[in-house]
Design a protein around this ligand. Structure first.
Ligand code: PBG
Ligand code: ZN
Length: 324
């Protein structure tokens, strides 16, 4: 017969703060985090994002100073999102070597050469209609978008981006980018695919942050949030196409998916605590309903526990400032 209560008492593990600390199974630190940033061209002041309290749009002219500040605070990696004033039907500014995507990478690497600079590789911030690629009738033309995404990746990599992070949710995007980079003799450039990306309501505040013009939704290219089997399949396809790292997005409501992919692949795995996850904590804390510091630590820690090696979070600078 196995031993059980009253001899077995798990509360012994929790009796003191010291015991709780030494028996803690998972922890995270700044080395596990990526700070996503919004950079706006053609403006001179920081911009408030009402739905993301504490996050500001950075004017391009102040980007270098901000990156230096993040580096001094201990941030290791940033992901750049551009707020474009040069939108067109296809997002051609993204493959212009003098365009915003290229300039952001150049400015970040010049300001802090050791900062890992990830370039979000998509079109929705740069198209007049706000979709993640070339619009054909009412849907995004997958294969036409692949040609453009390869061009964007080459431009970003040449400008210094360490990691190309395609978020367009097009089939074959990793293969297209790998091919384009290799043809351009950029075989060393790393691809972190947003490999399992759900069509989530939790991107709401990001759309305000990025000045999105989208009408409708992205359900013909991003995944149905109810699909677990397909979520694993999507990431494994990107692994086969040559991704160097996989990603699950959003994170907090998809911990089962993070665990599934962690067990199905040996690649490093990232997870993205998205704008809506951040906003839910911020607004609940502002209303006095929850403690912000504890809630941010708990949610990011839980994403690590689920199996993510790297976590994208808008709380990264708060952790750098206040400790973890
Ligand atoms: C666009 C993109 C989105 C996010 C990152 N890249 C939004 C979307 O797919 O509509 C979301 C990030 C966030 O909500 O924090 N390709
Ligand atoms: Zn997009």
């Amino acid at each position: 017969m196995s031993t059980q209560f009253p001899e077995v008492r798990p509360r012994r593990l929790r009796k003191s703060s010291a015991l709780r600390t030494i028996f803690q199974e998972v922890e995270f630190d700044l080395n596990d985090l990526v700070l996503p940033i919004f950079v706006e061209e053609g403006v001179s002041d920081f911009g408030v994002i009402a739905s993301m309290p504490g996050v500001l749009r950075i004017p391009e002219s102040k980007l270098a100073g901000e990156i230096e500040r993040y580096a001094r605070a201990g941030i290791r990696a940033v992901m750049t999102f551009g707020i474009s004033h040069h939108k067109d039907l296809v997002g051609s500014d993204t493959w212009n070597e003098a365009g915003l995507v290229a300039r952001m990478a150049r400015i970040c690497k010049d300001a802090a050469p050791d900062m890992v600079v990830m370039s979000d590789t998509c079109f929705c911030e740069h198209t007049s209609h706000g979709h993640c690629g070339v619009l054909h009738e009412h849907t995004v033309d997958n294969d036409a978008t692949l040609i453009n995404i390869g061009k964007q990746a080459v431009i970003a990599a040449r400008a210094g981006a360490d990691i190309i992070a395609p978020s367009a949710a097009m089939d074959g995007q990793v293969q297209a980018i790998r091919g384009a980079l290799d043809d351009a003799k950029l075989g060393d450039t790393f691809i972190m695919s947003y490999s399992t990306k759900f069509a989530s309501a939790l991107y709401g505040p990001f759309r305000e942050a990025g000045g999105s013009t989208l009408e409708g939704d992205r359900k013909t290219y991003q995944m149905n949030p109810m699909n677990r089997r397909e979520a694993v399949r999507e990431s494994l396809l990107d692994q086969d196409e040559g991704a160097d790292c996989l990603m699950v997005k959003p994170a907090g409501a998809y911990l089962d998916i993070i665990r599934d992919i962690r067990e199905a692949s040996r690649l490093p795995l990232a997870a993205y605590q998205v704008s809506g996850e951040y906003a839910m904590i911020k607004f609940a804390a502002a209303a006095g309903a929850i403690d912000e510091q504890r809630a941010s630590r708990e949610t990011v820690g839980a994403i690590k526990r689920a199996g993510a090696d790297l976590i994208f979070t808008y709380f990264a600078m708060d952790f750098a400032r206040d400790g973890i």
